[in-house]
Design a binder for this molecule. Structure first.
Ligand SMILES: Cc1ncc(COP(=O)(O)O)c(C=O)c1O
Length: 428
């Protein structure tokens, strides 16, 4: 065979080999074996079943703690006040469906999410309770909102027009909305000075397409014990707007203003409903605005991946900025910022092993960090390490992690990445 012919034959063979490579049987892989320019296919061994979890890093979500925290909130606000449980951002990283199921059994009136997509996820999971969509009415979402019977937060005539058209298109019952008034957060909501056209619209509609179920505002500084005045001003402004609405014959059944911190601090501002998020997960935006009796709902664990003995003077991790001052035993920990364990905590973070605090040494990398276990005898691969939660008498809570990372507890739990499986469980 001439050179060209051989090349063509070789080309066909390699195409066949490539095809064989992708045409995998259920349990058998055909692999190309290259012999010079040509390839033959061989049958490789059966592919082993993939275990559900291989890397031993996981987060435990304690649904009993979620239920406890809702009960704490309900006791605090009393029986006349509803609790709208905030489960946006996948339930602050705990799993929105898991959280919603636990919270509805514990007596939540309904759920608040940010996105229509998040609301649809809950509906698809069979949650039929009221869902308030905090983020507003995206142009393309009005029909879905009507179809799924969601309660969007609105603040403009445009929102109301879009929803009214969707209701007419569907021939559906009026869509229930919550009108947001921007009393000082300067984020979402209608300014009190711009309220009139919205009220005009509602009066003209007379509930034919839109039912004003709620009126709400959001406090910007509820978690700052040194600043009572801004919240008081916001609440005064909200009350003025409610007065204006009443004067126009508009009386929403559900008035609400308080997030977790507001709920803890401003009893007269509970109105008809509160909107706690972080409290339900057992934390607070700041420690001194925490309700008593909350339980942390999430813990995070891993196992020692390896143990290294290193001499004094060795430099550890990227940048080599950590230089060992003594002969050191390092446990290799299979967790990094790719899991949402922030790199910003490098040089400060600690983890629990055998109930003792051990220091993370050197920069936290994407998948791995190093733990000083010199003072613990004979540390073995597979021993449990707790990054968030309790081991014996010691515990590391989300506030401590947030302080190390110079952030807020919200960002810690929301930031635990999707490659960390969430499993049901309590703290141990
Ligand atoms: C409008 C609104 N209400 C309530 C909450 C819940 O806040 P927290 O988690 O501080 O209770 C949030 C959270 O960001 C929010 O945006």
């Amino acid at each position: 065979m001439g050179g060209r012919a051989r090349r063509r034959a070789g080309g066909n063979d390699s195409r066949r080999a490539r095809r064989a490579c992708v045409a995998t049987a259920k349990h058998t892989v055909l692999r190309p074996l290259w012999l010079g320019r040509d390839a033959i296919t061989i049958r490789a061994a059966s592919v082993p079943a993939t275990p559900a979890r291989m890397r031993p890093t996981w987060a435990e979500v304690d649904t009993a703690a979620l239920a406890n925290n809702l009960a704490v909130a309900r006791r605090h606000v009393g029986p006349a006040c509803r609790v709208l449980a905030v489960v946006k951002a996948d339930g602050y990283g705990h799993g929105a469906i898991r959280a919603a199921q636990a919270l509805i059994s514990a007596g939540a009136w309904g759920f608040a999410v940010s996105l229509v997509e998040e609301a649809v996820e809950l509906r698809e999971a069979g949650i039929v309770a009221p869902i308030v969509v905090l983020g507003g009415v995206p142009l393309v979402a009005a029909d879905v909102i009507v179809h799924r019977e969601l309660r969007p937060v609105v603040w403009s005539v445009d929102h109301l027009d879009m929803l009214a058209s969707a209701v007419r298109r569907a021939g559906a019952r009026p869509v229930r909305v919550h009108l947001k008034i921007d009393t000082g957060m300067s984020r979402l909501g209608v300014l009190p000075s711009d309220l009139t056209p919205v009220l005009d619209w509602l009066v003209a509609d007379a509930g034919r397409t839109v039912e004003l179920e709620g009126a709400m505002t959001h406090l910007a500084c509820a978690d700052d014990p040194a600043d009572e005045i801004s919240s008081a001003r916001q609440l005064d402004s909200f009350d003025d707007c409610l007065g204006t609405m009443t004067a126009r014959g508009i009386q929403p059944a559900l008035r609400h203003a308080c997030n977790s911190a507001g709920m803890a601090r401003f009893r007269p501002a509970h109105y008809d409903m509160v909107r706690p998020g972080i409290a339900l997960y057992g934390a607070a935006s700041a420690r001194d605005v925490e309700l008593a009796g909350l339980q942390l709902a999430m813990s995070m664990h891993t196992q020692v991946h390896g143990v290294r003995a290193l001499p004094a003077g060795a430099r550890v991790s990227y940048g080599g900025r950590a230089c060992l001052e003594r002969d050191t035993k390092l446990a290799i920990i299979p967790v990094g910022y790719g899991d949402g364990y922030p790199r910003a905590m490098s040089g400060q973070a600690q983890m629990l092993l055998r109930g003792h605090r051990c220091a993370v040494i050197g920069n936290i990398t994407m998948d791995i960090c190093m733990l000083d276990v010199t003072d613990l005898p004979d540390v073995r691969v597979g021993e449990r390490v707790t990054l968030l939660g309790r081991q014996g008498a010691e515990s590391i809570d989300v506030h401590e992690l947030a302080a190390w990372a110079n952030t807020v507890p919200y960002e810690i739990t929301c930031g635990i990445s999707k490659r960390v499986p969430r499993i049901d469980g309590g703290d141990t």
